[in-house]
Design a protein around this ligand. Structure first.
Ligand code: KIV
Ligand code: ZN
Length: 543
């Protein structure tokens, strides 16, 4: 089965490896929305999370299995996968979380490189082989579809890999995934590793070989493609390439390379490429991780032509400077003429064309914001709507919300922000602060009111559309300043957890305040700090 067809399975791990990016923590509602988007995109397998990591992770995977992985008539739903270390507790949790899906998968892993076996696992190679055989067989007794990954395969001895993988196959693994966990290999090396595995592992013809690359040296996509050329038929990817450290292989780059260079690779995927831009925006909004403007396929400049010579060429024939059309990836569609005279039906119809299924309650809430925006902005474009949607449906637990904000700034005095926050049980608190700029003043006032020590680690502003009336999108990341109250359940070593927030508004100071509060609310809930904080919030006005 290793190289017997041309169809590459797309295994999306945005909700698992991607969510391990610093600050990318999503709420369970946001994960469900992303899973729905991935299903529309046509991914074959959704790795929905790491169920043993926390009760929240477990519940999120379970909801996705129930709601996105359910059989829905003629179209087979995506397979729903849960990650598990190679021990029975992790495997039981993964199985409990995914078992209600029509097509469940358990993905279990154990490291095989010398450095990981010796220093992290403190296990002999023989013990590793035995544990893999026992745990794959344990998982297989529960679930018909089992994936095994030898973690840090990129730095493992190939002979040892052939042995471990052969045992995993005997124990019932149906997919063997080969991770370059630390993004160390080059395309030649990684392609040769996959070719060697296909040539030397006993029983490999009965399983799917999968590739999983990290981008520490910027070669994740090239390595993934080299692995596919060598015979792998599953690619593990994330939307926008988010993931641990420098990230994972990006879905859009692999899919569009196979699509654009079809004669070279001779491989296909089941992805509806026109959904790519939407998926990218949704993931960026929910995780608070902005997409760099020059990012391949989904960056704001990916289809922009600035140089006069290029523009001249494009006007004569777009193929002079364009190797794919923007509409193929769902970017740059005809502008939508929605404005202040448009009604709720027009809004719902357009949003459903954009792929959003909304409850009546969501539409009512969104329509009010849409009207507010239409009063300030003549034409509301698809991009405005997508930003509003992401902002409105970002289900951040609301401990504090912005009840009022006024700033004074300019060349004549000190930038000052007066902030009014509504807390739980309707408490209202106000504070005014000065700062070197209006955003800083506003954050100082919010910090004073909330009273929890936090550090701003990232702040980014993007204009969603053109013009002075554009919607501004703000993404922030914060972390607890000082010793963390609770350790990150995802991590094996103590490390800082960061929280992302995102908001859009025509007023970027308002967007900045709301993005900051979204991140703060996540932090307060994660560390269970909302109650003590409330008791100490002062109701003073000062600076
Ligand atoms: O990078 C890695 O090794 C992983 C495994 C859990 C597959 O993400
Ligand atoms: Zn990984």
């Amino acid at each position: 089965m290793a190289a017997n067809n041309d169809r590459v399975r797309i295994f999306d791990t945005t909700l698992r490896d991607g969510e391990q990016s610093p600050g990318a923590t999503m709420t369970s509602d946001e994960k469900l929305e992303v899973a729905r988007m991935l299903a529309r995109l046509g991914v074959d397998i959704i790795e929905a999370g790491f169920p043993i990591a926390s009760p929240d992770d477990f519940q999120a995977v379970r909801r996705i299995a129930d709601e996105v992985g359910a059989a829905n008539g003629s179209h087979p739903p995506p397979m729903i996968c849960g990650l598990a270390r190679a021990n029975d507790k992790d495997i039981d949790a993964a199985w409990e979380a995914v078992r209600t899906a029509a097509r469940p998968r358990i993905h279990t892993f154990l490291a095989t490189s010398e450095i990981h076996m010796k220093h992290k696992l403190r296990m002999d190679p023989e013990e590793v082989v035995d544990r893999v055989a026992a745990m794959v067989s344990y998982a297989r007794a529960l679930c018909d579809d089992v994936e095994f990954s030898p973690e840090d395969a990129g730095r493992s001895d190939p002979q040892f890999l052939y042995l471990v993988l052969g045992e995993a196959i005997k124990a019932g693994a149906t997919t063997l995934n080969i991770p370059d966990t630390v993004g160390y290999t080059t395309p030649e090396e990684y392609g040769a590793l996959i070719a060697g595995i296909i040539e030397h592992t006993p029983g490999i013809e009965n399983v799917i070989v999968s590739v999983h690359c990290h981008d520490d040296l910027g070669m994740a996509t090239a390595n993934t493609l080299a692995g596919l050329r060598a015979g792998a038929r599953q690619a593990e990817v994330t939307v926008n390439g988010i993931g641990e450290r420098a990230g994972n292989t990006s879905l859009e780059e692999v899919v569009m390379t196979l699509h654009t260079r079809r004669p070279l690779f001779g491989l296909t995927t089941g992805i509806d490429t026109t959904q790519i831009t939407r998926a990218s925006r949704m993931v960026s909004s929910y995780t608070g991780i902005p997409v760099q403007p020059n990012k391949a396929i989904v960056g704001a400049n990916a289809f922009a032509h600035e140089a006069g010579i290029h523009q001249d060429g494009m006007l004569k024939n777009h193929m002079t400077y364009e190797i794919m059309r923007p509409e193929t990836v769902g970017a740059g569609q005809t502008e939508l003429v929605l404005g202040k005279h448009s009604g709720r039906h027009a809004l719902r119809a357009r949003l459903s064309e954009l792929g959003y299924t909304l409850s009546d309650e969501d539409i009512v809430r969104l329509f009010d914001r849409f009207k507010e925006l239409a009063d300030r902005k003549k034409v509301i474009t698809n991009a405005d709507l997508e930003a509003l949607m992401a902002d409105e449906l970002t289900h951040v637990p609301e401990v504090f919300s912005l009840d009022g904000l006024q700033v004074a700034c300019g060349t004549m005095g000190m930038p000052t922000a007066s902030v009014r926050l509504a807390g739980p049980d309707g408490t209202i608190q106000m504070h005014a602060a000065i700062g070197p700029g209006p955003v800083d003043a506003c954050y100082t006032a919010i910090n004073y009111l909330i009273g929890v020590p936090v550090k701003l680690v990232e702040f980014a502003v993007n204009a969603v559309t053109e013009g002075t009336d554009a919607l501004g999108e703000v993404s922030v990341r914060i972390e607890y300043e000082g010793e963390e109250p609770v350790l990150n359940p995802h991590s094996e070593v103590a490390m800082k957890r960061t929280f992302g927030g995102h908001a859009a508004d025509t007023d970027i100071i308002v967007a900045s305040a709301r993005a900051y509060l979204a991140a703060l609310n996540k932090l307060l809930v994660a560390y269970d700090l909302s109650q003590p904080v409330l008791e100490t919030v002062p109701a003073t006005v000062g600076s």
